[in-house]
Design a protein around this ligand. Structure first.
Ligand code: FAD
Length: 306
């Protein structure tokens, strides 16, 4: 379908100012890397997401949802079709009693915002997620985790769109949570909102845990450099960043991509990195670790586009 036709159709569905054409993805990814998307939609409501998604599938146009693009590497020639950038952001208290509070959070809400909301309301269980620079949509899909916590531990149920664009409730089991993944990936669901359960706790203790986690991030990670977090999954019987370090790769640079001198599990963009530089560095790390230690590294960062 011609791009002009797609633009005209989209303008009938949502406000024109939400539709960006030939939009550089490097302006949206935490890596600050990525070629142009044919269309990027700033979706601020459930109906924006549903209308655009249904339009795309009906017309066989490739469609991809992103949150904060903090776990993504977008290739240099960009993305054909439509990228839905999820800005659907809301937190509501659904139920509460003396011990438990249930929240409904829409999928474009940032993890840090939800953790701060929990702190303000003296709710424990999300301290680990403070500082994860993604949305709850991305966090549920990835089963994000840190400092001994995982998002799955507070999920009750979620509202998703299936591949045909129908709304569907997923109960806890149907999320199929595993380490850094869920069945949302396999089934191609779009997460619209999720219900989470948190325990009432002590505000001081919650704040202390959040502050300690943030302090550890700032001390140990290249937190303020462009990156997509840990590039590889946790090793089976080994610590990934340690083995990369022991392979002599800390600081290894290809083009503008560098194994972070601060944390060997991260690749950072030194300013001018292309996706190709990052992919070449990932392959180099995998090959070197395999040759030196006979260990396989599995990529956690999701690589999309062409
Ligand atoms: C400095 C830094 C530190 C990080 N620390 C951590 C950490 O401690 N722990 C951790 O687990 N991760 C960490 N990450 C990685 C990343 O922040 C998480 O994986 C996060 O959950 C991704 O959320 P996102 O909104 O950015 O998703 P995106 O990167 O935008 O998307 C990731 C995947 O989820 C899909 N997706 C996004 N939204 C939806 C939705 N609504 N419905 C269906 N699918 C969706 C996308 O299509 C894509 O496949 C870190 C990243 C950085 C840059």
């Amino acid at each position: 379908m011609h791009k002009e036709q797609i633009y005209n159709d989209l303008s009938q569905l949502i406000e024109k100012n939400k539709i960006l054409r030939d939009e550089p993805m490097k302006n949206h990814t935490t890596f600050k890397i990525g070629g142009n998307a044919d269309f990027l939609i700033n979706a601020t409501s459930k109906s924006d997401i549903i209308l655009v998604y249904k339009y795309a599938i009906k017309n066989n146009i490739p469609v991809y949802i992103i949150g904060k693009a903090s776990n993504l590497l977008v290739k240099d020639n960009g993305i054909r079709g439509i990228v839905i950038k999820n800005l659907y952001d809301d937190i509501k208290i659904l139920k509460e009693n003396e011990e438990i509070v249930e929240l409904e959070v829409t999928s474009g809400t940032s993890c840090t915002k939800i953790a701060k909301f929990a702190l303000e309301n003296s709710l424990e269980g999300l301290e680990f997620s403070y500082g994860i620079p993604g949305t709850i949509g991305g966090a549920v899909r990835m089963n994000a985790g840190a400092y001994g916590g995982e998002i799955k531990n507070c999920i009750i149920e979620s509202l998703v769109l299936d591949k045909e664009g129908n709304e569907k409730i997923l109960n806890f089991e149907e999320h199929g949570f595993v380490y850094r993944n869920s069945s949302i990936t396999k089934n191609g669901y779009i997460l619209l909102s999720t219900k989470i359960k948190l325990k009432r706790g002590n505000k001081e203790d919650i704040k202390e845990k959040m502050d300690n986690n943030m302090k550890a991030r700032l001390e140990k990670q290249p937190y303020n450099m462009p990156s997509a977090g840990s590039v590889f999954k946790r090793g089976n019987g080994f610590i990934t960043s340690q083995i990369i370090d022991e392979a002599g790769l800390r600081g290894k640079t290809i083009g503008g991509a560098q194994v972070s001198p601060k944390h060997a599990g991260f690749i950072v963009n030194n300013g001018k990195a292309t996706a190709e530089d990052v992919i070449n560095l990932i392959e180099y790390i995998k090959k070197t670790v395999k040759e030196k230690f006979n260990k396989e590294l599995e990529t956690e960062v999701i690589i999309i586009g062409e």
